[in-house]
Design a protein around this ligand. Structure first.
Ligand SMILES: Cc1cc2nc3c(=O)[nH]c(=O)nc-3n(C[C@H](O)[C@H](O)[C@H](O)COP(=O)(O)OP(=O)(O)OC[C@H]3O[C@@H](n4cnc5c(N)ncnc54)[C@H](O)[C@@H]3O)c2cc1C
Length: 543
């Protein structure tokens, strides 16, 4: 059963014993004592506000007002979401969770909602980390429904000649892969949230897969989209490329549920990789590692993996060689057509030019076997990457403030941007009374720039005395997050590289987009969503 407060399924959630073990590790590594495991408030103990709206008889069978269902759809999975849900704080649950089973039913729900002015929040897997699915629509008393797309799921069509597949929007990541595997194909789009996020959510947020270069963003794979809006539906023409004016798909990608409901998408798929080669490379300093990543990104080699971990991140992930204190780069290639050993050798030469050191055993090449090739450091990083969301829940249960955020900037601005972000976080943590660690990894690299991804793990400073409640911890985190957004804006980096804007990144996004573009987007919204029912508060306000 899906957790009503944390990541994934209840059965995989860390129990009290796992939390105690984690508390011991934190004591050993960071000297943090008195961290006590706490349990999430159980569904049976929740009291939610009464639903404010009821669906008409024609739609009532699609709706649920079950407490677990409403609680589960109250939040995404950011730190502030998980912390509030863990504490049983569900201030703005949706009045109902509605699950249409066809595009026609989506249209009927939007017609009804427009007529009675009920806000509609499209909901995929609910893995948003920027307040994208939270039914806090800013107008007290307004009815809100969460439109869960899970019943509109599955592979609808496959065109092997075109190497494209049509999926219903509510299809979760593993189901996408399961449907393509028998055909020897894959979408090869793997966000960390893959298991609990959907095709519609990926398209709506312009999700980023975990490959560092080459096709990895959902944008790269979208061939055509079908969207139902309050003003009607559209389906773009399937084309490999087109110069016919602005692209309708580009308007939908990243629209975050404010224009309409994505119902289907044709996605470009590809043969499953069988050739893989990877290595981990140590660098004495982060700067040297950054220079190597830039060389790789500008070399045309296009590594699938090119993940640079700063020294703190490398230690935390267990990816640093024993005794090493520098940065670690995981670099890897994969494909379905040709051997990659020589490509890896050239990549390692480039790393060597910048002081990179490949230790024996840190390199692995499999040609044509299809078996994943992973070095020890890569394996350590990978398992900690996949387990991280559950670990985060355990930390929340211990009262730790733990969150990630990301951005992207030009190479020429990276050093200054990274320094400004780190300084602003440190300063804000001091002022908010938080102590802890800040780490960074490079998740995506481009010829012209780079996407750094930060993790903050902190606890209220003991000098501040009294035990700190959940609202206080969230308020302290909010201050740090605001400072990071301010630094990102000042440095002219982006409000988000792949986590989307939602409600939480509005202040930075509003300052990033050109004002005339904001007006144009508002005009589009008012044409497609004249009553302003679609996800109010996210991305852009109705005109
Ligand atoms: C642990 C963790 C790891 C993550 N890792 C990554 C990562 O590697 N890369 C990445 O890009 N993101 C990542 N995210 C963020 C999140 O998973 C992505 O934003 C994802 O694309 C959201 O998909 P979803 O199906 O869960 O959408 P939801 O969270 O349900 O919705 C997200 C937004 O899309 C809208 N939406 C959803 N479905 C539709 C639809 N059918 N039509 C219109 N609008 C819709 C919602 O209204 C909302 O605004 C991570 C989140 C977590 C918690």
């Amino acid at each position: 059963m899906r957790s009503h407060w944390g990541w994934g399924v209840e059965a995989d959630a860390p129990d009290a014993a796992a939390q105690r073990k984690l508390a011991r590790t934190l004591k050993e590594q960071l000297g943090w004592d008195s961290l006590l495991p706490t349990e999430a408030v159980a569904v049976e103990d929740l009291t939610l506000p009464e639903p404010k709206v009821a669906l008409p008889a024609t739609l009532a069978t699609l709706a649920s007002v079950d407490v677990r269902d409403r609680a589960q759809h109250t939040y995404g999975r950011s730190y502030r979401d998980v912390a509030r849900a863990h504490a049983g704080r569900f201030d703005h649950p949706p009045d109902a969770v509605v699950r249409p089973t066809s595009q026609a039913e989506v249209a009927n729900v939007l017609d009804w909602a427009s007529e009675v002015d009920v806000a509609v929040i499209p909901y995929g897997g609910g893995s948003s980390v920027c307040g994208g699915v939270e039914p806090d629509v800013g107008t007290p008393g307004r009815g809100v429904i969460s439109l869960d797309m899970e019943a509109l799921a599955g592979l609808i069509d496959l065109e092997v000649t075109d190497r494209a597949a049509r999926f219903a929007a509510g299809t979760y990541g593993p189901a996408v892969n399961d449907a393509l595997r028998p055909h020897g194909l894959t979408l090869r789009h793997f966000p960390q949230s893959f298991e609990f996020s959907t095709v519609g959510g990926w398209v709506a947020t312009r999700a980023g897969g975990h490959f560092a270069t080459g096709p990895t963003h959902i944008d790269d794979f979208v061939e055509s989209i079908t969207m139902e809006t309050p003003a009607g539906a559209w389906e773009s023409r399937r084309l490999p490329g087109s110069g016919a004016g602005p692209s309708p798909d580009r308007l939908v990608m990243g629209s975050e549920g404010v224009l309409g409901v994505i119902c289907e998408a044709w996605l470009r798929v590809q043969p499953r990789p069988t050739f893989r080669a990877s290595a981990s490379v140590g660098f004495e300093t982060l700067d040297a590692g950054v220079r190597a990543v830039r060389a790789l990104a500008q070399s045309g080699l296009s590594p699938a993996n090119c993940r640079l971990l700063d020294p703190v991140e490398a230690l935390l992930a267990g990816a640093a060689a024993s005794g090493a204190t520098g940065a670690v780069l995981i670099v890897g290639f994969e494909g379905a057509d040709h051997a990659l050993g020589e490509v890896l050798s050239r990549a390692l030469e480039l790393c060597g030019d910048h002081g990179g050191d490949v230790s024996p055993g840190a390199m692995s090449v499999r040609e044509g076997s299809g078996e994943p090739a992973r070095s020890g450091a890569e394996e350590a990083w990978r398992s900690s990457f996949l387990r991280a969301p559950y670990q985060r829940d355990a930390l929340v249960g211990l009262g730790v403030v733990v969150e990630t955020f990301e951005t992207a900037c030009l190479w020429s601005r990276f050093e200054a941007t990274d320094a400004a972000i780190r300084a602003s976080i440190r300063n804000a943590m001091d002022q908010a009374g938080l102590e802890g660690i800040v780490s960074m990894r490079v998740t995506h690299a481009y010829p012209d720039g780079v996407a750094p991804y930060y993790t903050v793990m902190a606890r209220p400073t003991p000098a501040h005395g009294q035990p700190v409640g959940v609202n206080d911890r969230i308020a302290r985190w909010d201050a740090v997050k605001e400072a990071s957004m301010e630094a990102i804006t000042t440095e002219r980096a982006t409000a988000t590289h792949h986590h989307a804007v939602g409600r939480d990144h509005r202040s930075a996004y509003d300052r990033q987009r050109p004002p005339l573009f904001a007006e144009a987007l508002r005009a589009v919204k008012s044409r497609l969503d004249p009553s302003g029912i679609m996800n109010p508060g996210v991305l852009i306000d109705a005109g």
